[in-house]
Every structure is written in C-alpha cells, then in structure tokens.
Design a protein around this ligand. Structure first.
Ligand SMILES: *Cc1c(COP(=O)(O)O)cnc(C)c1O
Length: 432
C-alpha cells in the first residue's frame, strides 16, 4: 500500500515511511492510495472470527510488506489484549467501552499499535527517534504508556497547563526514563502549533529524527478501525446496522470508523458528537470550514478548534459534500447538557458515563428521537474515573478508583514548565 499526501506535493511512501515520518514533508496528511474492500464473506461471518483475526485482516492491506506477517500478528495481539465490550444502556443505546486498556481511554489502541510498529522499524535505523506529541489530555498518557522504555525512542509530550484532569496529568508526568512532559502555559492548539512548527524546521530535522504520535500518524489512525468491527461482531441485529455516535475532537477516531464503513462494515449513519468546539457541526450546516480558537470544556480531550483529521474525512468522500452528508451528521453539546446527561443516565439506567461519552450519548439520543426505527452505539472513549473531578460533583458521590489509579495519584508529578514558544521547545529537544 502506498500513501499520498493530502497536499499532493510530497512523494508517495509505504506504511513504514508514513509511520516514521508522521506528517508528509509538504505538511499534508498521509492517505492510503486505495481503500481496501473486505470480502463480503468476512463481514457476513464476522462472529466466527477471533478479534485478533479481525484486526489482522483489517490492517494487513494497509501495512502491506512493511512488517512480516508473524510480527504483525504479534503486534495486533498485543494491541488489543484487553476487553472491548458492547454494553446495553437503554433499549436503543449501547455503549462500546473502549476504556479497559492501561490508560483507561480509547487512545491506548492506536498508541499501542503505533509504538510497536515504530519499535520494529527503528531497529534498523541506527539513530535515536524522538516522538513529539501535543495532547489535549488523553493522547499523552496513552503514548507515554505505549512507548515507555522502548529502546531507541525518546518521547516528548506537550500539554496545556491546568487543562487536563488529575488522572491524565499523572499518567503523563510520572513515568520518567524516556518520557518527558512539557507543561505549556497555553491551550492545546498552542501545543499543536508548536509541534507543527518544529516538524517543518529543516535545520532541526537534520540534527534530530523527529516523528509525531498524534492521530495524524497512520499507525495510530488506522488501527482505530478495529473496534468498529468488534462492535458489529457483538451487534445482535445484523440486518439493522447501528447508528454510531463518536465523541470527536481531532476527528481521527470517527474518520477511522468511516474508513471501516467504506471498506464494507455495515453502519447506518455516523454522528460526530462535539462539545462547544463546533467547527465541524458548523461546516455540516454551512459547508464553510472555519477553524476557531479552542475553548475549554469538561470534555477536554475534544477541545480542538481546528481538527487535523477532518481533511481525511473529506478525502474519503472526494470532497463531495452531498456524499458526506449521507453518512455523517454532527452536533454540538454544551457542558450543562453533558452534566445533565451524566446525571440522568446514572440515575435512570445505573450507567456512569464520562463527559466525552456523555456528549456522544446525548447526540445519539437526539438523533434516535428523529429516527425511531434505528438503534445505536455510542463509543465510550474514556473511563469515568479519569474525569472524577467532573463526574463526582455531578452524581453527588465518589467514583470507585481502580487500584492502579489510586497508586498513580500518589506519585510525584515531574513536568518541565515552558511558555508557548517554539524556540524553547527546540532548545529542549536538542538537550535530550
Ligand atoms: C481523544 C479523545 C477524544 C477525541 O478523539 P478524536 O479522535 O481526537 O476525535 C474523545 N474522547 C476521549 C476520551 C479522548 O481521549
């Protein structure tokens, strides 16, 4: 499989190069030259396949010859070695719990896959690789955990000071070794901007081997398709495919779902559920894409004012707005409505949502009210305990913290505070 850049100026590359480079030199995003079609037989008999086999079949065409089969099977197996259950919440809404991995959020899947691919690729590079990543909250922990102690890889994480939850902050600032956390006085967009600028700095890139672990990296983006197939495998009414609501920020997750659908996975409709950061909901209304400054919300991992992966969604639909509209709706949910949803669903159904899942739940609930024949799945992207600071006051009681979380909260935070300055970031990168 070859990948072209969405800016069309850079040469095509294979999966290995796309993974190592992260972003294309012309600042575009890598996109697969063809979207593979999965055999009908595979979809129809999906319940007969193990999750490992499904994941392997889905990713194999994208990896091509870049990783030998046995190695790819090992990587896939290690990536999904935790449960991803589909849990009934109401008669019409099911929750796909993506949070049973080591950092309690769906990003574990992409980060675990990518770190293992990169670990395989750097073996014959003879050069240290620096993974540079900006996080609005959850990426940092997943990437730190995925890459911790991987030989030949240093990880530098930028996060907006005061804008991540206590659990999130501890997950990315307490590991040490090859993991470095930079606490930036600014927003996630500032962090992302700094990372983008460093990637295009030629002088620096001659000295260092830099790559990104954000969802723009194909090795993080593509494996996110896996659990859409796992959801369908667990879906009882195969002749009435689900509507799927995805709490969205940088739009990597939903883009992977749409890709899976275009490859043959039955899905009725996708809903991109956003918080107050409503660039995409506005686009779906007006067809005008107007990036904004991110605003802080209680679903902080979705506080993105210029979602990087949206371009890939447009690419899937060859920039045809009407085809996009047939598959995707989008809406914006306020913090007040999010809290109200957490409270109601807890009280009425005994199910505790995290703030991101609650945004998705309400978006789906509203959609189903207008489409009474449908049923749907909300992707529950994080464990509610990760956001206990938000959730506990809403439900008026403590959330039981798993032992791993309790232990982590006691560890000492080690971050390096910097202002949102590219020069400071460059100096730091040269110092490690
Ligand atoms: C990152 C994240 C999101 C947003 O995912 P995107 O792929 O950036 O759209 C949603 N919920 C949680 C909990 C996250 O960590």
């Amino acid at each position: 499989m070859q990948y072209y850049s969405t800016n069309s100026q850079s040469p095509k590359v294979d999966f290995k190069q796309a993974t190592i480079k992260g972003q294309a030199p012309d600042k575009g995003l890598y996109f697969p030259e063809q979207i593979p079609m999965l055999p009908k037989e595979f979809i129809e008999n999906i319940t007969n396949y193990s999750d490992e086999e499904i994941a392997y079949q889905v990713i194999k065409p994208y990896v091509g010859d870049a990783i030998p089969d046995a190695e790819l099977r090992r990587i896939v197996g290690e990536t999904i070695n935790f449960d991803i259950p589909l849990v009934k919440v109401t008669d019409t809404i099911f929750s796909l719990e993506l949070y049973h991995g080591p950092t309690l959020a769906f990003k574990d899947i992409g980060a675990r896959f990518m770190s293992r691919c990169l670990g395989y690729f750097v073996k014959d590079l003879n050069k240290k690789v620096t993974v540079l990543v900006a996080t609005s909250g959850d990426t940092g922990g997943a990437v730190a955990n995925g890459f911790y102690d991987v030989d030949g890889v240093e990880v530098v994480i930028l996060y907006p000071s005061g804008k991540v939850s206590s659990v999130q902050e501890k997950q990315l600032t307490t590991l040490g070794k090859n993991i470095h956390a930079l606490e930036v006085s600014g927003t996630f967009d500032d962090c992302q901007q700094m990372v983008k600028q460093v990637f295009t700095d030629e002088a620096l890139n001659e000295k260092l081997f830099l790559t990104s672990a954000n969802s723009i990296n194909v090795a993080r983006w593509l494996p996110q398709q896996f659990y859409y197939f796992f959801a369908y495998k667990q879906w009882a009414q195969k002749n009435n495919p689900p509507v799927i609501a995805v709490p969205s920020g940088n739009f990597g997750n939903i883009c992977a779902g749409i890709l899976a659908h275009v490859s043959g996975l039955p899905v009725k409709h996708f809903i991109a559920a956003c918080n107050a950061n409503d660039v995409v909901p506005a686009f779906m209304e007006t067809e005008k894409y107007e990036p904004k400054k991110a605003v802080a919300t209680i679903s902080n991992a979705m506080d993105v004012g210029n979602p990087s992966n949206f371009i890939r969604i447009l690419e899937i639909f060859h920039h045809q707005f009407t085809s996009l509209q047939n598959v995707l709706s989008s809406c914006s949910i306020t913090d007040a409505a999010t809290k109200d949803t957490i409270q109601k669903v807890y009280q009425e159904e005994g199910y505790l949502l995290d703030p991101h899942g609650a945004v998705g739940f309400l978006a789906l609930h509203q959609y189903l009210q207008n489409h009474p024949a449908e049923k749907g799945i909300v992707l529950e992207t994080a464990h509610p305990v990760k956001f206990y600071d938000v959730v506990e006051p809403v439900i008026g009681q403590a959330v039981t913290k798993p032992a791993s979380v309790q232990k982590q909260l006691l560890l000492e935070k080690k971050s390096i505070k910097i202002t949102a300055s590219v020069d400071l970031l460059k100096a730091f990168l040269l110092s490690i």
